[in-house]
Write a protein that binds this ligand. Structure first.
Ligand SMILES: [Zn+2]
Length: 87
């Protein structure tokens, strides 16, 4: 798919399945085992539009149309100053 990494210029990629985090308007959707090509040098990940489009549609179904999902995560959130105060 890619011929040249946009970040480092490397030409070698490996097909991988990774965890993809979609974020919009303060909402998140995590999708596991998403296919991508990853730069062998810097690790930048490249996803095809045909992969990202259904994830975007799923995100909208969940967050804007109330679709139920099988699994949800509770994720801790802190301000950086709070991190410093307890470190
Ligand atoms: Zn790269």
């Amino acid at each position: 798919m890619e011929t040249l990494c946009h970040f480092c210029g490397n030409q070698n990629f490996t097909e991988r399945h990774v965890q993809y985090v979609y974020r919009r308007d303060g909402h998140f959707l995590i999708v596991n085992e998403v296919p991508c090509e990853q730069c062998d040098y810097c690790g930048e990940q490249y996803f095809q539009a045909k992969v990202l489009k259904p994830i975007e549609i799923e995100f909208e179904s969940i967050h804007y149309r109330g679709k139920k999902v099988a699994r949800e995560l509770r994720i801790p959130v802190e301000q950086f100053q709070e991190v410093l105060a307890t470190a």
